[in-house]
Design a protein around this ligand. Structure first.
Ligand code: CP
Length: 308
């Protein structure tokens, strides 16, 4: 398959064209179907994973993706404590050093804008694996890939984003990607304390994507094709009372599921705490574990696109 669009750093969803998304999804399909064709594609190349915030899925799926393509990985978990950041080294200096050791750097950081700062000094591609409350573009890639795989289309989908929308970088990145498709409609379901930020709503307005803001999940569930549930992010709250006021506010259980359309899907970037009851895991509409698995293939496609 010919790859036509340029891509160096992966910082935010806005940089992906629809053409590039379709190329990545097709490559991901190919990897899923014929993984043996991709063995050794990145032999001799090294991926550095610098994680200043905790992760299970992003860190391990990127590592597995690189290893399955024949490359190697280096890195540090809890980089705030275990890298020279603990001695006062700046992010920029760390990136200058690591870009001399690796062919690509996957960076998760607690500060919004960190990936952009890293890209400005890096000799090798930077992949934003989540920057504070900013963006998580590779999560959005796997989310959109999941919608396409589960529903057979992206154009025309009706999506409810639920929970902590102010702090949720995954919902922001997904909304930016959805705005590249036709006839999308989005519902933002959140209490005012964690409502979607105005810059994202302005972006949807500019791209003629209709959106609705509500606190009433029950009224939205029968209307949509995708329920994208998110965790209230305790770690982003400075005031415990403010967290207590919104924690547990939306919970998808069997009763909530019964209000969803028969062919709708329930997604979640994970980890979940209590916002999806385990009793719904066995329902075919519960797509979140399949969604997480798609992260491996989409990240293999992305690494292949950047490095092969
Ligand atoms: N969805 C996601 O980013 O999960 P991790 O924090 O486990 O990487």
């Amino acid at each position: 398959m010919a790859v036509t669009s340029r891509l160096r750093h992966v910082i935010e969803s806005q940089q992906f064209s629809r053409t590039l998304l379709e190329e990545l999804f097709a490559r991901s399909d190919e990897i899923k179907r014929e993984p043996h064709h991709f063995i050794g594609r990145l032999a001799g190349q090294v991926m550095a994973a610098l994680f200043y915030e905790p992760s299970t899925r992003t860190r391990l799926s990127f590592e597995a993706a690189m290893l399955r393509l024949g490359g190697s990985t280096i890195g540090t978990d809890n980089a705030r404590e275990f890298s020279s950041a603990a001695k006062g080294e700046t992010l920029e200096d760390t990136i200058r050093i690591v870009s001399g050791y690796a062919d690509v750097i996957v960076l998760r950081h607690n500060e919004e804008g960190a990936a952009k700062r890293a890209a400005s000094v890096s000799d090798v591609p930077i992949i934003n694996a989540g920057d504070g409350t900013g963006q998580h573009p590779t999560q959005a890639l796997l989310d959109l890939y999941t919608i396409r795989a589960e529903l057979g289309r992206i154009d025309g989908v009706r999506v409810a984003m639920v929970g902590d929308l102010a702090n949720g970088r995954t919902v922001r990145s997904l909304a930016y990607l959805l705005s590249k498709f036709k006839d999308i409609k989005v519902w933002f379901v959140a209490p005012p304390q964690v409502a979607m930020r105005d810059d994202l709503k302005a972006h949807l307005d500019e791209h003629d994507v209709p959106w609705v803001e509500t606190e009433d999940l029950d009224s939205v569930l029968p209307e949509v094709d995708v329920v994208y549930q998110t965790r209230i992010q305790k770690e982003r709250f400075t005031d415990p009372e403010a967290y207590n006021a919104v924690k547990g506010i939306y919970r998808i259980d069997k009763k909530a599921l019964s209000q969803m359309r028969k062919y709708a899907i329930l997604m979640h970037p994970l980890p979940r705490v209590d916002e999806i009851s385990p009793e719904v895991d066995a329902d075919p509409r519960a797509a979140y574990f399949r969604q997480a698995r798609n992260g491996l293939h989409i990240r293999m496609a992305l690494l292949d696109r950047l490095l092969a």
